[in-house]
Design a protein around this ligand. Structure first.
Ligand code: CP3
Length: 361
């Protein structure tokens, strides 16, 4: 171990998440929820009245407080550090604002490839040190209660926000780059890949115990484009990170690939080497298992919209989901991020049903 690795973390009391990731037997099926800290929690709204979104991300005490909020309410088996995928474009020198009720906004998006010259990759990960500080602080605050997950956006998803200037229903500008500036688009994807590898290395050294790559914008591309702009880069992230850690004798941590809308390419995803494939809510668990084989852990995938249903229907759908996945190599989750409108009661029902069914299996 090198000196840079944060050490002396409290012993783990519940490591079912990591056991499931490694394919070992679990005491109970681990459950966590994408975006589990955030807008649907009244205590998060209270924090947001006092602090700007990115101030919370950049202040380890505040980021840890918000990371802890869902764990106080629900019987979860993992925590995910509070941050955002868009801290990478920020660290590369772009301005990103979080507009209340609207989401992210880039006042100066990338318009032409020459705008990429303004991106400053040198030192980008040093400027993200606050994420590592929050991770290390959180490992101590968790006191081994559950493992801590770190994350990033995938290159294609990040490039989309950087070119569109925010969320987009079509990603037409970004797709325009693929046809008109294909070489430069791939150079940008490569630059993001290199930054992500270094960012993940920093997160592992800070104490992250699992890493998730959010390819949330796979939804906007077809299978062929996915093979061109997503798969090669997420594969590189995994390979290069492994190598970097190996060279420094640092234990690798399990990695999740979550490609929203990537259900057409599950076997191709499995070939990228990630221990865990996250499934969106359009994928059938049985079909997914057939596609990825027995040696990958699946994560997912109740439709977040189902969380508005009456509680007995949530219970029935969650019960059915868990039985379809089974207890082996499974991490329960939603099939995309929890929405702001979700009633707190539904989260209780979802989490508690998973634990109840898990006992019966
Ligand atoms: O608890 C957690 O899961 C950690 C927190 C987390 C946030 N963003 C906080 C956040 C995580 C894991 C993310 C990831 C993220 N951010 C993704 C990938 C996941 C997905 O949903 O597909 C994406 C695409 C983003 C970019 C982003 N950030 C958008 C599109 C928005 C606006 C819409 C929205 O989802 O809220 C954000 C803002 C954001 N990120 C909020 C939170 C709590 C709300 C902002 C606010 O409080 O004003």
């Amino acid at each position: 171990m090198t000196q840079l690795v944060a050490k002396d973390f409290p012993a783990m009391k519940n490591d079912n998440l990591l056991k499931a990731a490694r394919g070992e037997d679990v005491d109970r099926i681990p459950v966590w929820v994408m975006r589990q800290a955030g807008r649907y929690l009244p205590e998060f709204q209270e924090e947001r009245k006092v602090h700007d979104f990115f101030t919370i991300c950049r202040t380890p005490e505040l980021a840890c407080e918000v990371t802890m909020q869902p764990l106080r309410r629900f019987d979860l088996d993992a925590s995910i550090i509070f941050s955002d995928i868009l801290v990478i474009p920020q660290a590369l020198g772009m301005t990103v604002e979080m507009l209340p009720g609207k989401g992210p906004h880039f006042p100066e998006p990338l318009v032409t490839p020459s705008d990429c010259l303004k991106l400053n990759a040198t030192g980008a990960v040093d400027r993200l040190k606050y994420v590592g500080d929050a991770i290390t602080m959180m490992r101590h605050k968790l006191d081994g209660k559950v493992p801590l997950i770190g994350f990033t956006g995938a290159p294609w998803t990040l490039m989309g926000y950087m070119i569109e200037g925010g969320g987009s229903k079509t990603m037409s500008l970004t797709k325009g780059w693929l046809t008109e500036h294909n070489k430069e688009a791939h150079e940008l994807l490569s630059l993001l890949t290199d930054t992500i590898v270094e960012y993940f290395e920093m997160q592992v050294k800070a104490g992250a115990q699992m890493l998730q790559v959010f390819e949330s914008s796979a939804d906007y591309i077809d299978k062929k484009q996915f093979a061109e702009v997503s798969l090669p880069y997420v594969r590189k992230i995994r390979e290069q990170l492994r190598k970097k850690l190996q060279d420094q004798s640092i234990e690798p941590v399990p990695m999740v690939l979550f490609a929203k809308g990537g259900g057409h390419s599950l076997s191709e995803q499995a070939e990228c080497g990630y221990e865990i494939i996250g499934l969106d809510y359009n994928v059938d668990p049985i079909e997914a298992r057939k596609a990825v084989g027995p040696n990958v852990t699946l994560q997912g995938n109740l439709n977040p919209e189902d969380m508005y249903l009456p509680q007995d229907e949530i219970r029935a759908k969650t019960d059915e989901m868990v039985r379809k996945f089974g207890k082996k190599r499974y991490i329960a989750n939603l099939g995309h991020g929890i929405t702001p409108q979700t009633p707190i009661e539904s989260m209780h029902t979802f989490v508690d049903t998973i634990h109840k069914v898990s006992q019966e299996l």
